[in-house]
Design a protein around this ligand. Structure first.
Ligand code: NAG
Ligand code: NAG
Ligand code: NAG
Ligand code: NAG
Ligand code: NAG
Ligand code: NAG
Ligand code: NAG
Ligand code: NAG
Ligand code: NAG
Ligand code: NAG
Ligand code: NAG
Ligand code: NAG
Length: 835
């Protein structure tokens, strides 16, 4: 079975550029034939199915593919020329004697040297050897043949991904098709994708995968699935990736048939011990468990008035004899808090839940902490728990899948966000206490600790639903190994491996990616306002109305005069006081709070002056215009690479960048209109609410179309759109060009709903300008919408259309399924204008 898997992997290499190989394409590097690459390989222990055997096959395949040269296998005794020596420290020392460098190796670390007579790749363990092989290949694939000799050790032992796959085959917050692991309630039979995924992860030195959703289903533990879990673990093992599972706390009752799931009940403990033992029979190297308890309606120990530590330790004791660890999530909060209570605050929840528990968890429990106190927002301060827990091992949880950040249909390179959190100094006891040093275990001298990245990899060949989004998975793995790396350096390694070393390709994609997070922050929500996505529906498009006035606690507290969460101790929720004194003081004080977190910690008038001198409201308006303008530039930047990127990936990315450019305008207008509407304060630059190049669909002459009041009103220009009078009708909307004759980019804004593929045609002056179909739900991975709203709103643009004043403009829309060919407006944009 394992043999079959590996063979399959290699056959697919060199096939279409569909993203399947990610950054492990091993594209030919021109000129590398002359590079000094050994012609032989000596493998000190090539036991079938071991990570070393995998390393050997990767090297053989990769070097052939990159340099065109085959390398031959030799035993240590029969080596004739320069060779790659591949082994663990123990086998190496046995054959070649000791070497000082090797004494510096730590668990999972490796030594790579190309400087001596041979290329030496020695792992502390077998997985370390595989990491070394991937490192060598990464250098070759980037055309880097410079000599190197160094020991590489991880900063932390836990470098895992969390996959939120459901048993039914869906993936929570996944934007790339169905699960690779489950289907119809059971583990899949075909483990090829699992092996392919483990290969990508191993190349990033990720050593564990939680295969199922933290909102776990107890049926995972039925007999058929236990066998399946064993099968998945077998597929990952050749890559040194260990499997773990997320548990449902109530399993002993809902699945096991016990009358209770109280962790203090010996029968419940015994039940978990037994199931754990059975799991270790199937998966002898199982990584451990992930537990989400007493959060968002999940069951947990609090149900029985036991502490979270009582709950975590129950699993810890069952895992202990097997060497497994419990990742216990700190994401515990009440989602029914009262928005009218000025001092209630979801951001306080986690620390309150853990405040009496420091030191109460067993040694093999790691508290897994989301990077910020809320929920993966574009801008949050680090969670205060990082510096609060001194006697617990901790891990940072980040989201590689950008739930609130464009869902992989907006380009958002996340490494700079993670880096800023990791480098933040929490000042525990007034000592340097960077988050990265806390989670590595260094700061508080903990043995365990590390990284958990929620990935959402699906069955799509691109893994994440977007080629460019893979930069985030790549960067996550690199930072989990070494948080001191520079996000731009990581990015450029990824670009060279993914798209080649052409200088223009590297510099263009670098510029796009490095500007992408600031752009998204600018046009979605800036000044630390928190998410303005629709938190009650898909978390994709804007809907600031839904953030306030409900129990979920993503509040902005926006009223006619003022905005922001007062998290001060002196007059607010007291959240600033959860930080160590130096940090608390900085956030308590409006003068020392950075502008980009102003509205996170303070409630201020819209006219409050920022450090830049602008008012809050004018900053909002300007930032949304700047961010949306950057998104337009990403399209032209990408277009400048035509011919330098293979057609398949070029077209795929172009489609997404065009979508983002249009949707950034939806964001810009929705948020600006919203705050203009509540505050009544006009834009100094006269842009907000003023769109001279648009013709609203509802103002056109309609046949078979009717006006529709869009909710929320900010999702449509002029608050209204048009839909066909029935869902089997073809409608037309006509008007005459009122602009001067000339050449324009003509943009049509429409809504693309799920469950229908409406057809559209645009004709101007009796010429067909374009035809399109409302089929984005099959091309974009974001959560689709059933409604005309800011999730479904999008734009299509026809460039360089020459029109004459008075020309008849006619848009024809043919409804399909539940999609009534909705239209918002048409714009005639003079060259250089985007509106
Ligand atoms: C060779 O590899 C196998 C499989 O990983 C391992 O069990 C064994 O201990 C290794 N032998 C030596 C001498 O390292
Ligand atoms: C190799 O040498 C180092 C010191 O340089 C020593 O600590 C280590 O025990 C030696 N290993 C073996 C297997 O002899
Ligand atoms: C758990 O999974 C089973 C099998 O797919 C399914 O029938 C059941 O509805 C799921 N339970 C929940 C709460 O989702
Ligand atoms: C298993 O999955 C792989 C990857 O999706 C596919 O190429 C292969 O055909 C499948 N094998 C079988 C036996 O269905
Ligand atoms: C242990 O768990 C397995 C798998 O669910 C089950 O078949 C077995 O009956 C359990 N044994 C005990 C003693 O509960
Ligand atoms: C829960 O435990 C606390 C502290 O031990 C105790 O005061 C309280 O009465 C208990 N509540 C219930 C419902 O058992
Ligand atoms: C408001 O919230 C705070 C903090 O959660 C709580 O202590 C207080 O009792 C609440 N006030 C009311 C009136 O519910
Ligand atoms: C203090 O809190 C009250 C609500 O309790 C709020 O109305 C007021 O604006 C706050 N004052 C300042 C200066 O932020
Ligand atoms: C152009 O006008 C002719 C005659 O009125 C009509 O039949 C045809 O459909 C028109 N074409 C377009 C693209 O509007
Ligand atoms: C993969 O995802 C892309 C983008 O969402 C989509 O266009 C494509 O159809 C998907 N392909 C497969 C095979 O699912
Ligand atoms: C609008 O266009 C139609 C078709 O070209 C033409 O008959 C009509 O006169 C135009 N109306 C105006 C006001 O220009
Ligand atoms: C037409 O739309 C309605 C809702 O607007 C929906 O209930 C119905 O199923 C749709 N018809 C078809 C054929 O999709």
């Amino acid at each position: 079975m394992r043999l079959l898997t590996l063979t399959l992997l290699f056959i697919t290499l060199g096939a279409a550029e569909d993203g399947l190989q990610g950054w492990l394409r091993y594209a030919a590097v021109p000129g590398s034939q002359n590079a000094i690459v050994p012609s032989q390989i000596v493998v000190l222990n090539a036991t079938e199915g071991s990570p070393i055997s995998t390393a050997q096959q990767e090297l053989e395949k990769g070097i052939k593919s990159i340099t065109g040269k085959a390398i031959k296998r030799r035993s240590a005794a029969r080596q004739q020329s320069r060779a790659i020596i591949l082994g663990t420290r123990d086998t190496f020392v046995k054959h070649y004697g000791n070497m000082t460098a090797l004494s510096g190796l730590e668990e999972d670390g490796f030594y790579l040297s190309t400087e001596g007579a041979d290329v030496t790749i020695v792992g502390h363990n077998e997985r370390g050897t595989l990491y070394g092989a991937f490192e060598y290949l990464s250098r070759l694939a980037q055309g880097n043949f410079a000599p190197t000799s160094a020991v590489h050790n991880p900063q932390a032992p836990i470098r895992w991904t969390n996959e939120w796959d459901n048993l039914d085959g869906s993936i929570e917050r996944g934007y790339a098709g169905p699960s690779n692991f489950f289907r119809n309630g059971f583990v899949v039979d075909n483990v090829t994708r699992t092996a392919e995924y483990a290969r990508l992860l191993a190349s990033l030195r990720i050593n564990g995968v939680i295969i199922n959703n933290v909102n776990a289903n107890a049926s995972l533990l039925n007999d058929r699935n236990l066998d399946g879990i064993g099968r998945l673990a077998d597929a990952m093992r050749p890559y040194g990736v260990q499997l773990g599972i997320a548990l449902n706390f109530a399993s002993p009752q809902t699945f096991g048939g016990l009358p209770t799931f109280d962790p203090s009940d010996p029968k419940v403990d015994a039940w978990w011990v037994n199931i754990t033992n059975v799991l270790y029979e199937k998966v002898p190297d199982m990584a451990g468990y992930l537990v989400k308890a007493n959060s968002e309606d999940q069951p947990g120990p609090l149900t029985y008035n036991r502490t979270l530590a009582d709950g975590g330790n129950m699993f810890a004791k069952a895992l202990k004899p097997h060497g497994g660890v419990v990742m216990f999530r700190a994401f515990v909060y009440d989602h029914h808090i009262s928005p009218t209570n000025w001092t209630s605050d979801r951001a306080n929840g986690a620390l309150e839940a853990f405040q009496d528990l420091d030191g109460k968890f067993d040694d093999n429990v790691v508290v897994q902490i989301k990077y910020g106190p809320l929920d993966f927002q574009v801008r949050e301060p680090p969670s205060p728990i990082f510096s609060f827990l001194r006697d617990e091992s901790t891990a940072i949880e980040v989201q590689v899948t950008p739930e609130y950040l464009g869902q992989n249909d907006h380009l958002v390179y996340l490494a700079p966000l993670w880096k800023e959190i990791l480098e933040f100094d929490m000042r525990a006891d007034s000592q340097p206490s960077k988050v990265k040093d806390i989670v590595s275990g260094k700061r508080f001298k903990r043995k365990l600790g590390g990284y958990a990245g929620v990935v959402g990899a699906g069955a799509n060949t691109t893994w994440l639903g977007s080629h460019l989004a893979m930069s985030n998975l790549y960067a996550y793995g690199r930072l989990a190994w070494d948080a001191s790396l520079d996000p731009q350096d990581i990015l450029q390694d990824w670009i060279r491996l993914t798209f080649g070393c052409d200088e223009q390709v590297v510099s263009t994609i670098t510029d796009m990616a490095m500007r992408s997070l600031p752009a998204y922050e600018n046009y979605s929500g800036n000044l630390g306002v928190g998410t303005l996505t629709d938190v009650l529906y898909t978390h994709f498009g804007p809907n600031p109305l839904n953030t306030d006035n409900n129990g979920w606690g993503f509040w902005q507290r926006a009223d006619h005069d003022s905005i922001g969460m007062d998290r001060t101790v002196k007059n607010g929720t007291g959240n600033a006081g959860q930080y160590a004194p130096e940090v608390a003081q900085m956030f308590e004080n409006i003068e020392t709070t950075p502008d980009n977190l102003l509205l996170w910690f303070h409630h201020v008038p819209y006219t409050q002056k920022l450090k830049s001198g602008k008012t809050v409201i004018q900053h909002f308006y300007d930032a949304h215009y700047e961010g949306a303008a950057a998104a337009q530039e990403f399209v032209t930047q990408w277009e400048s690479l035509e011919g330098k990127i293979d057609q398949e990936r070029y077209e795929n990315v172009l489609y997404e960048q065009k979508f983002q450019a249009g949707h950034a305008l939806v964001w810009r207008d929705a948020i600006n209109d919203f705050y203009y509407n509540v505050s009544g304060i006009p834009d100094d630059n006269g842009r907000v609410g003023n769109h001279p190049y648009r013709i609203e669909a509802e103002k056109m002459t309609l046949f078979g179309y009717k006006t529709y009041a869009v909710k929320p009103f900010i999702a449509a220009s002029g608050s209204a759109a048009i839909i066909t009078t029935s869902n089997s009708t073809t409608g037309t909307a006509t008007t005459n060009v009122t602009f001067a004759s000339g050449t324009y980019d003509v943009a049509v804004n429409y809504f693309d709903l799920i469950r229908g593929k409406a057809k559209y045609q645009l004709a101007i002056g009796n010429r067909t300008v374009g035809e399109w179909v409302g089929d984005a739900e099959g091309k974009l991975g974001h959560e689709p919408s059933l409604y005309l709203d800011a999730h479904s709103a999008m734009r299509i643009t026809f460039k360089g259309v020459s029109v004459a004043r008075g020309d008849l403009v006619r848009i024809t829309g043919q409804a399909d399924g539940m999609e009534p060919a909705p239209l918002d407006y048409i714009s005639f944009l003079p060259p250089g204008v985007v509106d």
